[in-house]
Unconditional design. Sequence first.
Length: 544
Amino acid sequence: MGADRLFRTWVACGLTDVVISPGSRNAPLVIAAAQFPEIRIITALDERAAAHVALGLALQSRRPAVVVSTSGTAAVNHGPALAEAYYQGVPLISVTADRPLNTHTTGPGQTVKQSHLFAMHTVYSAEIDESKVGVPEIDQAARTAWQKAQKGPVHVNVPLDEPLYAQHEPDPIPAVAVSGEAEVPEGIPEALLDVLCAHDAKVLLHVGAATFPQIPAALMGLLVHRCGVIADRFGSIQSPAESSSARWIAGMDGEAAAPFKPDVILTTGLPPMDKKFRALLSQWQVPHWHIGLETHAWDMFGTRSGTWRISASHGLEELAEAMPEYNAYAATWEVRKMRLEQANAQLDQKDWVDYQVFRQLAEHLQTTSGRIHFANSTSARYAQWFDWGTNVLHANRGVAGIDGCTSTAVGDALCHPDVPIFLVSGDAAWLYDVNAWHVHPRPANLKVMVINNGGGNIFRWLDGPQSTGLLKQHFEAGFASSMKGSAEQAGLDYFCANDAESLKAVLQDWHNNSGPSLLEIQTPGEASAAYILNRIHQLGQHVH
């Protein structure tokens, strides 16, 4: 009865997508969901992948997707996706089947403490025990869960007793539309307005990943003349304002950084991806205001002055209106960017390294109009350096883990079968989430590219790992010299390239393949890491 009431209420609220993983204790939930023709059910073998598939389903629709697990450690595996959804603010409902609570102390199999299991990474958690509450309480809990899920992930734990496979005629329930909590936009806070209205105010704006909806290119074009703007590739529609923060601060230290110190830093979305850029902003010790409606507050630079609670897009529109059309500080940033772009174009681009692979891929995909997912960690960083045309870019930067990158792209592709979806991954991220392909139905519109450089080499970008003498053995361990076996296991058509010419020859075949396919690109890991670090160093020298 409880399982039926949950899904009947959620269908009335607008539920259309449910991801389930095979199990026994969750049978009543599966049976309940299957009785509604309004629900599309996707079956995923791996619970960790299943939850990320649900996250991908909700990315663009912004309508909660439900993921259902059986009890025990299966339930715990929803955790990574819920954490990602929490920091991205993606609507997601995890429903975990549980054994009757009074049996937990008797030691049955597949039993862990599931009550409020994910309380620290959800906006709401509830336990619906039909042995203790009636229909009105279950209906109300379901409505509350749906409403809360408009702002982020929700966890609902459902203890279920035998019989698990019984079917009964469901009771009717009237359709009731439930919307999210109404937000009352705030005007510009007075303390912030004082800074903005100062003569030639020095305002630095960072548009971070997970800014939703993405900031339109036209608005970004206005803002770059009014303040210094650094926009993450995953936070705004492609525009002239965007550039890798690694490039922005190349050579920016000591006296060279002084002209760029702002009076105030404004942010939307997630913190800056580049650690050195974030360290520079922290070093400046200037007031920081965040613009957004997130449930958690970021103190990104240790100087948080407050939060302007308004949607990022509306807030930036007001910001553009409040500031003069021309600003000398903004011009300083624009000149620097122009010089950096000129220097970047002059640098050698002939080496067969990861940077050139991403350059070639970006040029190829500029003619498409779809969505490109980038896995963590190096793929998401390389994405910052290039123009990807009208494609919408995404990376799981909420937690920035490699788990679930493929599954999220699978969910997005299943939700939008008529849109071309691409995933650019590294060998480690691909292998870590290869279970994403054990899903029914499978998306036909997803193309995967795996850059196999022997472990990602992100640790070669960082100070420290090489000095330990353990880099190759324990930090950057490559687990497969070829992705062909994993592609065949996943049922994907396989393509391969190991130099610029072979990549050029195979790109179109991979792109035009009628079904899901994987293109492996084999690159030298050590040379790739050395190349990008040297390129950043050279850029810094050019702008002095």
